[in-house]
Write a protein that binds this ligand. Structure first.
Ligand SMILES: [Zn+2]
Length: 544
């Protein structure tokens, strides 16, 4: 708990928030200073810059390009560089290496070249606006080879405007080149897209962002710790402009070295040590501590939706490590990775999958890309580990149907001789106090299962993982699959799983799963039934 003081203290180096307010002006200076002037300087878009350079070298120049990608990753910058390549006066024709010195190169960089028109599609989206462009296009360029129209946010054009634009794209004058840029390609008519060479810009990787940030820090004669740069790169989420903007704020905020605490202070993020603390408290089932952490987050004025996302990112990282994924996927400095790896080892893979799914669901309310991505990753791991659905709902459904006389024969049939031995480890961790067959009372509530589903979901079982077991349910289940079917092809087993019964394999997975054990505990009455038809439960009784 004392560590918290340090974690929260941040280290507001002098400068103060007043200077952060100036960041916009200052940023313009920095952005201009660092705006790439050649394709070779564009960060993280080699697949695009190479394509464009090759087509310039071979003279295959298109009359319309469509630049697709999220904001702040270099679309406009690349459009300007392409314009320079096309109109640079240092060579006889288009070049892949513009000189950067001639009047055209200079004026294009400054945005003042009269033959390169940058149009904001959002505010010039009417059919009249596009007709104006059409009339203008016919006039030959005044001091350049090409008349270049860069239409940003082109998806904002009205459908009438798109129709007008299409006519121009169908028969462009030879001197006209259109560069359409958008963050939302799906909103652009297919007729337009088919007239363009489409280039998809990607989000820039953390490593590339760090390389860029390091270059800027050195050039600006500043210093920044490695974990601070990682934190900036993570927060920028693949955006070069965001990364530069954050770094610029930090230049204003700090006089000395930029530390990761400065980054957290400026961005209003929660320190990772708080997340470690939260993770530990979850492990101890320390509810008081968990509530205190939330209280502290609120008191420190942190944004709770942001906090929820940070929690999600944290457990997603544990999940990556637990599943044997490479540390590069974490975007964390090495020493941080070691600490994460240690904590990841306290959970089973499936515990982390469930934690991540739950936090992703929480964070999805905030419509974040991280939440969507993480939920997808968790689902993929779940699916890759077992095709069996082990959700609480599916377990309850199966148990309820089983009680109503659902298909015990197939279960017996699916119970191979080898199963009991394998299920011993799982059974050993079952609740020792289970009174088993002597408890008939709960048996009378099968109809309640539909309602119980939501109730059980609220059980803290999944949110408060059981640290005791190095539980290996998921990892052991996989190789035995073929054997559990007694050498018979996997097809019949798959069919059994689709009917409302519990196969030996199924039950083995379920009982080996701590989360499901919680369900088993809640529905003890029903477990008696399961025991009578599967080899799993008898094994559990033997051990008691
Ligand atoms: Zn030039």
């Amino acid at each position: 708990m004392t560590a918290m003081g340090g974690a929260w203290a941040g280290r507001p180096c002098h400068g103060g928030l007043g200077r952060v307010g100036m960041a916009d002006d200052h940023y313009l200076v920095l952005a201009r200073r660092w705006r790439p002037q050649r394709f070779d300087d564009v960060v993280g878009q080699e697949h695009i810059t190479r394509t464009l350079q090759n087509s310039l070298r071979s003279g295959r120049i298109h009359h319309a390009y469509l630049f697709v990608g999220s904001r702040g990753i270099g679309k406009t910058t690349s459009a300007r560089i392409l314009a320079r390549c096309l109109n640079c006066l240092s060579s006889d024709g288009p070049t892949a290496e513009p000189c950067g010195e001639c009047p055209n190169c200079r004026s294009i960089a400054a945005g003042t070249n009269i033959d390169v028109l940058e149009i904001d599609g959002a505010s010039n989206n009417s059919v009249e606006d596009v007709r104006q462009i059409r009339d203008n296009v016919r006039m030959v360029p005044s001091s350049s080879r090409y008349k270049i129209y860069v239409i940003d946010e082109v998806h904002q054009l009205s459908s009438a405007a798109f129709n007008a634009l299409l006519k121009t794209l169908e028969e462009p004058p030879p001197h006209a080149i259109f560069i359409l840029a958008t963050t939302e390609a799906h909103k652009i008519p297919a007729t337009i897209i088919s007239r363009c060479q489409r280039l998809d810009f990607r989000r820039v990787g953390v490593k590339e962002l760090i390389t860029l940030l390091t270059r800027i820090v050195v050039a600006e004669k500043r210093t920044a710790s490695q974990d601070a740069l990682y934190a900036i790169a993570r927060a920028a989420d693949g955006g070069v402009r965001d990364a530069e903007s954050i770094l610029d704020q930090l230049f204003s905020y700090c006089d000395g070295e930029i530390t990761y605490q400065d980054v957290y202070s400026v961005l209003g993020l929660v320190d990772w040590r708080v997340l470690h603390d939260l993770c530990d408290a979850l492990g101890r089932e320390d509810v008081v501590r968990l509530l205190t952490i939330v209280e502290e987050v609120v008191v420190h004025g942190k944004d709770l939706s942001q906090f929820a996302q940070e929690i999600l990112r944290y457990f997603r990282n544990l999940l990556v490590l637990r599943s044997g994924g490479p540390a590069e996927l974490l975007a964390l400095p090495d020493d941080e990775v070691a600490e994460m790896r240690e904590r990841a080892g306290r959970f089973t893979l499936m515990q982390l999958v469930r934690l991540v799914e739950q936090f992703a669901e929480l964070a999805t309310g905030f419509d974040s890309q991280l939440a969507q991505r993480t939920a997808l990753e968790a689902m993929l791991i779940r699916v890759s580990k077992r095709a069996v659905d082990v959700s609480v709902e599916s377990v309850l459904e199966k148990l309820a149907l089983l009680r109503e006389g659902g298909a015990p024969t197939q279960i017996q049939q699916a119970a191979p001789a080898s199963a009991p031995a394998k299920t011993k480890p799982a059974a050993a961790s079952a609740p020792p106090s289970a009174p088993a067959p002597a408890a008939p009372a709960p048996v009378s509530k099968p109809a309640a299962s539909a309602k119980k589903k939501s109730e059980v979901n609220l059980e803290p079982a999944a949110a408060v993982p059981d640290f005791a077991g190095p539980a290996t349910a998921a990892s052991t289940a996989k190789p035995e699959r073929a054997a559990a079917n007694g050498g018979v092809s996997a097809r019949p087993a798959a069919r059994e799983l689709s009917v409302p019964g519990v196969t030996a394999e199924d039950a083995q997975t379920l009982l080996g799963d701590p989360h499901v054990q919680q369900v088993v505990k809640v529905f003890k009455g029903k477990i008696v039934d399961v025991k009578s038809v599967t080899p799993v439960a008898p094994a559990a009784q033997e051990t008691e």
